[in-house]
Design a protein around this ligand. Sequence first.
Ligand SMILES: Nc1ncnc2c1ncn2[C@@H]1O[C@H](COP(=O)(O)OP(=O)(O)O)[C@@H](O)[C@H]1O
Ligand SMILES: O=P(O)(O)OC[C@H]1O[C@](O)(COP(=O)(O)O)[C@@H](O)[C@@H]1O
Length: 303
Amino acid sequence: MIYTVTLNPSVDYVVEVEDFAVGKLNRSKSDLKLPGGKGINVSLVLKRLGTESRALGFIGGFTGFFIESFLKRENIQTDFVQVNEDTRINIKLKTGGETEINGSGPHISTEKYEEFLGKLDQLTNEDIIVFSGSIPKSLSPDVYSGLIHVCKEKGVKVVADVSGAALKSVIRAKPFLVKPNHHELGEIFKTSIETIEDAAFYGKKLVEMGVENVIISMAEKGALFINKKALYHANAPKGELKNSVGAGDSVVGGFLSAYATRKDYQEAFRMGTAAGSATAFSMELCKKEDVFTLLTQVEITHL
Ligand SMILES: Nc1ncnc2c1ncn2[C@@H]1O[C@H](COP(=O)(O)OP(=O)(O)O)[C@@H](O)[C@H]1O
Ligand SMILES: O=P(O)(O)OC[C@H]1O[C@](O)(COP(=O)(O)O)[C@@H](O)[C@@H]1O
């Protein structure tokens, strides 16, 4: 089973405004309310590609109810801990460019955290667990490294898609896979990464530090896959960017869906890149038919 963990889920309010003016009344051209948070997006993409997962994390209030009902409608297994405050709402403002305001999220008490920890008892060495997204303020900034140690002791394969200080501590825990984007990778090395060569250089450093597999997503420049034996670049297919929210999560979902069935890194990487682009080219997360159409346009180059 693949488990996804979203410590801080969200309802994503994607709102399109033409000629946005600060300090004025603006009316939306379109708006959408979607379940979000990185692990939840991974579960949604896995399901669309035919792979089961169980979504874990903390949800609360009317926003939490919206997320759980949406996942249930898509027949995704959930095992969330219910908290008292509302799950956050993240604003994704589309005004030509993409502007985001991510909320801070509800308080997680020690009891609720322990309830969540108990859910990890069900994991076995046949499982994969995905830890994704920001950490609620009430939890320790090091929470992921502790969770990863618990899972690794059980022989569970750990995947992480986190940023900033959390990414640094996750790397020290030597997971199976991390998927930073090039900005997040640059941030931890205090540099700016714009080229594929730079991304390869710093990605290799993560492998030297003990991470088994690294995917660096680079938006329209595609992605890199690096481990001790391989260094691949995948081009991103050409298309009209509609909404890149969830594109990175779709890379993780696409990769794991293919990896779970074939255990072939190159094919899994191709599927991840196609899923990322299929999401970037639609207002919502990718659909299976779009991923498979784009799959034929993704070329893998061995660097
Ligand atoms: N403008 C784009 N054109 C084509 N593919 C894109 C575009 N933006 C994102 N993608 C696809 O989505 C993947 C993840 O996007 P990226 O923006 O790097 O991730 P994140 O959402 O984590 O910041 C990329 O590797 C690429 O496959
Ligand atoms: O937990 P964070 O870092 O605040 O990110 C949450 C946001 O990330 C998303 O999961 C999208 O992530 P990506 O665009 O990186 O794939 C949104 O659904 C959500 O609003």
